[in-house]
Design a protein around this ligand. Structure first.
Ligand SMILES: [Zn+2]
Ligand SMILES: [Zn+2]
Length: 470
């Protein structure tokens, strides 16, 4: 979708907040004092605590909440646009318009999901992976529909998109949208044409299968979802660093830190590293084109039931996202995006929420003491001598270059951490205990998390990797 992220609006971004902060500091005569507390010789805790203690910081650096709410009017206008584009045969534009209509249309909470009811979870087919079940389970279809029939605008969006997909020859995807349309439609008269289209899709799929025919070349083929590829097998893994092959060796030099060297000649195409990222986040400009869980591009996205800031590629990703990473960010992501602090702030937010407050509280003191006590070449390795990519330890111990940074750069990292901490508090979904839900964090809790964020705003600049693609 070409639309800018739904969250972007005219509320102040980070540059404007910083400008207000500087003005307030000048007015109160504290411009100098700031750099007595923020500089390379100060710890992350000291710098963050000082900033958090400043009334001027709270006054100027508290972000204005931005919402990305559903909108009947916007959904209707995209629906009309979709109908027009479809009538004119512009399938690509029609598909985008209907997807935007689905994104903005008011949506019921998902059964069994956050904010949902106790209704049993629908037997939802996975939109990408279980097409054959769709066809085999035709008789059960009636039972899995008929749950929310008062979301007609949503139903019309799915119905319109199914017409585009039918025209383009994407029959399996078409059936999924028809089923969604039937599920949310209150209007009996809409269901008849949908049922006819569904029957035609099944007939064409059956004919293709029986005749062993290669499906006709589909229109919109270039818009097909990007395929997730299986990770390659890593031959001969390193005994202490399972993500690397044995062929690679880690070395250390005081001037360069840790680095890898090849133990022998490595041939072209030889696999030497297979590593799942600890955490990932989309660049803001891809939030409406790529799934916020698996990061794949999606041709027929599913919406978040609560916001218009992200999309999901499948029911599986939507379930996973709403139970984890997206649920934690759903009510503050539009504000975070609007601040325009760059991809690292989105990633830092996800690292902190993925790690959880409880883990951070348990681990942070240990990790900080390791920084001072362990030989530098062993930093990031656990007590068993293993370097585990899924653990927070190696992520925390990535180099920050704090001592080489000028005070103005450090102040900027502290300000970014300050703003993200404000959003963690605002979300009400981070400072939680398993047994008793959300709690009011103490000043120590806030400084613990804020200083970890300062740390990540520095180490991500030196260590985060971006992947570009369609
Ligand atoms: Zn996905
Ligand atoms: Zn959301």
């Amino acid at each position: 979708m070409k639309e800018k992220p739904a969250a972007m609006d005219s509320s102040p971004n980070i540059t404007s907040l910083i400008s207000d902060f500087i003005t307030l500091l000048q007015t109160s005569g504290k411009s100098r004092e700031v750099f007595e507390h923020v500089g390379p010789s100060h710890s992350e805790e000291d710098m963050f605590s000082y900033l958090w203690s400043l009334q001027e910081a709270h006054q100027s650096l508290t972000p204005t909440p931005v919402s990305a709410k559903k909108s009947q009017d916007i959904a209707e206008s995209w629906l009309e646009r979709g109908e027009k584009e479809l009538f004119q045969g512009n399938l690509e534009e029609a598909l985008e318009s209907y997807s935007l209509s689905i994104l903005f249309a008011p949506h019921p909470p998902l059964p069994g999901g956050p904010g949902g009811s106790d209704v049993d979870r629908l037997d939802c087919p996975d939109r990408n992976n279980n097409f054959d079940i769709l066809i085999a389970d035709e008789g059960k279809e009636e039972g899995r529909r008929r749950t929310y029939r008062d979301f007609d605008l949503l139903a019309r969006g799915y119905g319109g998109r199914s017409a585009v997909l039918f025209e383009a020859g994407h029959y399996r995807k078409c059936i999924l949208d028809i089923d969604a349309a039937s599920n949310y439609s209150a209007d009996e008269s809409h269901r008849e044409p949908l049922a006819e289209r569904r029957a035609k899709c099944l007939a064409r799929l059956k004919a293709e299968e029986e005749n062993g025919k290669i499906p006709a070349k589909k229109k919109l083929a270039k818009l097909s979802d990007s395929a997730g590829s299986e990770a390659p097998e890593l031959p001969d893994p390193h005994p202490a660093i399972p993500a690397l092959g044995k062929v690679v060796r880690m070395a250390f030099a005081p001037s360069q830190g840790r680095y890898l060297i090849a133990g022998r000649d490595i041939g072209p195409g030889e696999t030497v590293c297979v590593e799942k990222s600890y955490c990932s986040a989309l660049h803001a400009q891809h939030l409406l084109t790529h799934c916020c869980v698996c990061l794949l591009r999606s041709l027929t996205p599913l919406p978040c039931p609560f916001c218009t800031a992200v999309i999901f590629c499948s029911e599986a990703c939507r379930t996973e996202g709403l139970a984890g990473c997206h649920w934690q960010e759903c009510n503050i992501l539009p504000t975070l995006v609007n601040l325009d602090m760059g991809a690292n702030s989105l990633l830092a937010y996800r690292i902190i929420t993925h790690t959880s407050y409880a883990t951070l509280k348990d681990l942070l003191l240990v990790l900080k003491s390791e920084e001072c006590t362990k030989p530098p070449e062993t930093i990031g390795f656990d007590e068993d001598g293993m370097y585990i990519s899924s653990s927070y330890r190696p992520v925390y111990h990535l180099v920050t270059n704090r001592k080489q940074r000028p005070p103005t750069d450090l102040l900027r990292r502290c300000i970014q951490a300050f703003v993200i901490t404000k959003l963690l508090l605002e979300s009400g979904r981070y400072f939680v205990k398993d047994d008793s839900g959300a709690f009011d964090p103490t000043l120590d809790d806030i400084v613990l998390v804020g200083s970890a964020l300062v740390h990540h705003m520095m180490n991500l600049l030196c260590n985060a990797y971006a992947i570009g693609g369609r």
